[in-house]
Design a protein around this ligand. Structure first.
Ligand code: ZN
Length: 306
């Protein structure tokens, strides 16, 4: 569920996505209308498929925000403008099925772990490199939520040394997200241009993270330095995760990860450099494979894997 559109998907018990439907969120009309939209899209999704409503085992939703996961309650969702919305209760009343909710990064991680790049591997940690840096931890095939659902906030691991740390959206300084997100990469590109550094980025209007990654691939030295810095702090954060959780696989998705092998090679290099040998032995770092479907697949998976 996003601020502008809601994507719904019908999954079978192996995590195969059978059918999808997408419609507007209707955020501006408030939570009652948004939840009614979800109920309508879900019913339409099933009606348009070759399956019967009775065959639906349960419903899951991935939502950005702070929530009480067991109670299915959204405490605060800044991008939806919601405060204290009992999503689980309302949707269960509307649809007559068990409803489970979790945050968007966790469901995307579960989707990848269940039927994407982590299939068959019980312990994986996922990073999503987008506007921010999202994360999700899967232990024994289930999302690890921690004490109050704050586990897996990998974008807010403090990895940048104080001398070069800038303030993160979370209020703290030096978070991974400030350098390794699309926003961080764009910022570093703009700063280099403003300093008058010799770079092809100076010719680009409305700089995107893809511009910086592309320029790095074509050998622009300033862009290479920026991408290396993003990879270095990612590798450093993974080193910390490895000695805490020792997952078998790291999965990296989101817009920035589309830079491909070029970026992955750099991340693996720094991961290797920073991680204690036995903590990294046999561990691999791979791209996500479900793309934008990871969220719907993982949300459906909440019914089997939580
Ligand atoms: Zn932060």
């Amino acid at each position: 569920m996003g601020g502008t559109s809601i994507k719904v998907g019908l999954c079978d018990e192996s995590g195969k996505l059978l059918h999808t439907y997408e419609g507007p969120t209707g955020t501006e009309h408030g939570s009652d209308v948004v939840l009614e939209n979800i109920a309508q899209y879900v019913r339409k999704l099933v009606a348009d498929s070759s399956h019967d409503w009775e065959q639906v085992a349960g419903i899951g939703a991935g939502i950005a925000g702070f929530m009480d996961i067991p109670e299915g309650f959204i405490k605060l969702s800044p991008n939806l403008g919601w405060r204290n919305v009992p999503v689980k209760k309302i949707l269960e009343e509307k649809l007559g099925k068990t409803v489970k909710i979790d945050n968007d990064a966790n469901v995307a991680a579960l989707g990848e772990a269940w039927s994407g790049a982590g299939t068959g591997i019980p312990n994986v940690v996922c990073y999503t490199l987008g506007t921010g840096v999202g994360g999700g931890i899967i232990i024994n095939g289930k999302i690890y939520q921690g004490f109050k659902g704050m586990a897996g906030e990998l974008g807010h691991i403090k990895v940048v040394p104080d001398v070069e740390a800038i303030r993160c959206g979370c209020g703290m300084y030096g978070c991974l997200e400030t350098v390794s997100s699309a926003t961080g990469i764009i910022r570093m590109g703009k700063e280099a241009v403003e300093r008058g550094e010799h770079t092809s980025l100076a010719l680009i209007k409305d700089l995107t993270a893809k511009d910086v990654l592309d320029a790095a691939k074509s050998g622009d030295e300033v862009s290479l330095r920026i991408v290396n810095r993003a990879a270095l702090y990612l590798g450093k954060s993974m080193a910390a995760v490895s000695v805490i959780l020792n997952p078998q696989r790291f999965i990296i998705g989101g817009g920035v990860s589309k830079a491909g092998e070029f970026l992955f090679e750099a991340i693996r290099k720094y991961y290797h450099e920073y991680t204690q040998e036995s903590a990294r032995e046999g561990v691999d770092i791979v791209p996500a494979s479900l793309g934008n479907d990871a969220g719907v697949v993982g949300a459906a998976g909440l019914n089997l894997h939580s």
